[in-house]
Write a protein that binds this ligand. Structure first.
Ligand SMILES: Nc1ncnc2c1ncn2[C@@H]1O[C@H](COP(=O)(O)OP(=O)(O)OP(=O)(O)O)[C@@H](O)[C@H]1O
Ligand SMILES: [Mg+2]
Length: 377
């Protein structure tokens, strides 16, 4: 059984359309497919089940046991869509799962345990993830051995994918599970030079960890989803049909060609203390549960350092880590008022995204950070 999470914390990049249409084309190729909807928006559910078969039992029940009720298994919620294609539906209730399971041991393994019970019922399980990196996505990543990352060639695409790959790396350090990650360019409009350049960049950046198939912009895809039908059963004569069919062929070809060097190790059990820490946007320093996170964008820099009175303006251990031009460093700081500066390729500068500055005794401006008592730690 191949288990594939369709994941990207960025919204609207084609996760759900990819989940639905890849599932449908794999089913047409006589593979037994289950699509698991892990997004409280329930779009994959809506895109496959029409109102007439409104789901009564959903993924929420697989995660949260109602008092006095029998335990719900994944099998109990699965609905048949058509030959070879089933769906495990979700709705807005699923958004209550993280709160309902707060502090519960093993809460990140619920989906993976549920998959174990499916044993040989399916050839493919495709998981449509929500647009964030929380407990639901973490469950999906731990339950799956592969991930497809849809990327729409927008201005922020590369930044987003860098952050996501960093998330995989962080998970790799904290868990004991292997996952193969591949990016898929979606919503591609070859007419603009910009989209072409971004798609080229993605190929270049990901060193082969991407699909050759590119999903072009196709109005029919959205239209089909709004009718609760995959493109495979809606219109043969559109690029959406061609592209998702080609994606399914590529996925099938990988059955034989999976190589170990494409895997990112995921070890252990812990949910990242602060998922937000792995999704850094450049900003003024932010307090996270791991400490204060400093971020600065410096796309062409070879080295960026962070210095401040908290490290006695010392160069030792001051290096920041880059992901796609966004440099970050987390520092554990007790409540207090601090001065700091970045050193970008040897040049001192104050934080461009922090308006709080004061003249430095040594010239120039120092950035000012105040860590409040109630937020610290
Ligand atoms: N190739 C495409 N051509 C045209 N429209 C598309 C294409 N792919 C997706 N869309 C449309 O773009 C919108 C976003 O797609 P989709 O819902 O698949 O993204 P998503 O990543 O699942 O979003 P979310 O993060 O909210 O779950 C939808 O309206 C969808 O119908
Ligand atoms: Mg979606």
């Amino acid at each position: 059984m191949r288990t594939i999470a369709v994941v990207n914390q960025k919204g609207g990049c084609g996760k759900t359309i990819t989940s639905i249409n890849l599932s449908a084309f794999l089913a047409r190729e006589q593979r037994r497919v289950l699509l698991v909807d892990m997004d409280p928006q329930g779009h994959a559910t809506l895109g496959l089940l029409t109102d007439a078969v409104h789901p009564s039992r959903t993924m929420y029940e697989v995660f949260v046991e109602e008092p006095g009720e029998q335990l719900t298994t994944l099998r109990d919620v699965i609905r048949t869509v058509r030959e070879n294609l089933d769906v495990a539906p979700a709705d807005i209730l699923l958004s209550g799962v993280p709160e309902a399971l707060a502090g519960q041991i093993g809460r990140e393994d619920i989906l993976s345990d549920a998959f174990a019970s499916l044993s040989d019922d399916y050839d493919y399980v495709i998981v449509d993830c929500p647009p964030n990196v929380g407990l639901l996505t973490f469950n999906a990543l731990k339950a799956c051995s592969e991930a497809i990352v849809p990327v729409d060639p927008s201005f922020f695409a590369l930044h987003g994918i860098g952050k996501l790959l960093e998330t995989f790396d962080v998970l790799a350090k904290e868990t004991g599970h292997q996952i193969a990650v591949r990016a898929l360019v979606t919503l591609y409009s070859g007419r603009t030079a910009f989209a072409k350049a971004v798609a080229d960049d993605i190929r270049h950046h990901l060193y082969g960890r991407h699909f050759d198939t590119v999903i072009r912009y196709s109005v029919k895809l959205a239209e089909a989803a709004s009718h609760g039908v995959p493109i495979a059963h809606y219109s043969k004569y559109c690029v959406g049909f061609e592209d998702y069919q080609a994606l399914a062929v590529e996925v099938l070809q990988q059955e034989a060609a999976m190589s170990s060097n494409e895997y990112v190790a995921i070890e252990g059990n812990a949910i990242p203390e602060s998922a937000e820490a792995y999704c850094a946007e450049p900003s003024a320093p932010e307090v996270t549960s791991r400490g204060v996170m400093f971020t600065i964008e410096a796309r062409h820099a070879a080295q960026v350092q962070l210095m401040g009175d908290f490290n006695d303006w010392n160069l030792d251990g001051s290096e920041m880590e880059p992901v796609d031009g966004i440099w970050t460093k987390v520092v554990n700081l007790p409540p207090g008022r601090y001065r700091y500066r970045y050193i970008v390729d040897g040049r001192w500068q104050s934080d461009p995204l922090n308006g709080a500055v004061e003249p430095s005794p040594y010239g120039g401006l120092d950035s000012i950070l105040v860590v409040e008592e109630q937020l610290a730690g």
